[in-house]
Design a protein around this ligand. Structure first.
Ligand SMILES: [Ca+2]
Ligand SMILES: [Ca+2]
Ligand SMILES: [Ca+2]
Length: 312
């Protein structure tokens, strides 16, 4: 064996070391593996935390969105009041009594009607509560005219005629089970120039004691009129118990007169029609005393349409 051979052999022996180091490999693998496991465990924890945050954000977002939708529903004119209650009925208002002349156009408005929920309303008018124009057995539900404002012309009546007009208001389509409604009526009187039949006027007398402003007076109140007529159609006449004429004139001439006038006409609601609750205030004094008679005439006809004795 040469020197170089020996050296080579030693090298070969030494070169076997790596064979031994092979035994350490598993240790190294294990050593290397441990940090990687820790690293993976650390990733999992962060991943779970991120997922948790994302889920929390999604849940909070969903809850917020639902609350927003709910507040939106409450703010709108949807299914109920501001407390989320059921739909409330509208309030119909057909307006004040109206008097027109025969042939004149009638204007009606429902603009004082309202809905407590703010619902948009629909308006239908039944123009005659005495006629069932849609033949369903109900006389005041007919949809004769539609709209908040209407113009209507009745056929000319022979004599003074009063219609009861019914306004029906709904806050949903008629087919909607949530629909609520209300009704209001208005009296429409049509006057005819030269009525064929004079009205019957019922009157009663009440005695009024003196007040700081007025002396004692007879208060003649109209208790009933068979058909309303313009005040300008009437004249009055006061007679003594013996039948002497004491005072006469047109009713329109005693409408706006001083408190101390001998006779005053007070037209309570309308200023145009002789109607129930209108009064004649007749001073007690001078020739006009208890036992006199008060007469009301219509259009110059000979026979009075009403009369009453002045008494205490
Ligand atoms: Ca309503
Ligand atoms: Ca009907
Ligand atoms: Ca009707």
């Amino acid at each position: 064996m040469t020197g170089s051979d020996t050296k080579d052999w030693v090298n070969r022996i030494n070169s076997r070391e790596p064979i031994n180091t092979g035994h350490h490999l598993p240790e190294k693998v294990i050593t290397n593996k441990s940090p990687s496991i820790i690293m993976v465990k650390g990733l999992n924890a962060r991943y779970i935390a991120v997922i948790g945050i994302v889920v929390a954000i999604i849940i909070l977002g969903a809850v917020g969105y639902l609350l927003f939708l709910k507040s939106g529903e409450e703010g709108s004119d949807g299914d109920g009041d501001e407390n989320g209650g059921p739909n409330r009925p509208p309030v119909a208002d057909a307006g004040y009594p109206i008097t027109i002349m025969s042939g004149e156009e009638l204007l009606l408005t429902a603009n004082r009607s309202f809905d407590p929920d703010g619902d948009e309303l629909s308006y239908s008018w039944d123009m005659d509560a005495g006629v069932d124009s849609n033949n369903d057995g109900i006389k005041d539900n007919d949809r004769d005219v539609l709209g908040m404002y209407i113009i209507y012309t009745y056929p000319p009546p022979v004599d003074t005629l009063t219609y009861i007009v019914t306004l029906n208001v709904t806050d949903r389509p008629l087919t909607d089970p949530q629909m609520k409604w209300d009704t209001s009526t208005v009296r429409v009187t049509i006057l005819v120039n030269g009525s064929a039949t004079p009205p019957d006027v019922m009157m009663e007398c009440h005695y009024q004691s003196a007040t700081p402003l007025t002396g004692p007076y007879f208060l003649v109140r109209i208790s009933d009129v068979s058909s309303p007529e313009f005040i300008s159609n009437f004249t009055f006449h006061i007679e003594s118990p013996e039948g002497d004429s004491l005072l006469e004139g047109r009713v329109t001439d005693i409408m706006v007169v001083p408190l101390n006038a001998t006779i005053r006409f007070i037209d309570t609601p309308s200023m145009t029609l002789l109607d129930q609750l209108d009064t004649f205030d007749i001073k007690d004094g001078g020739e006009i005393t208890e036992g006199c008679r008060f007469y009301l005439y219509y259009k110059g006809l000979m026979d009075p349409v009403g009369e009453v004795e002045l008494n205490e």
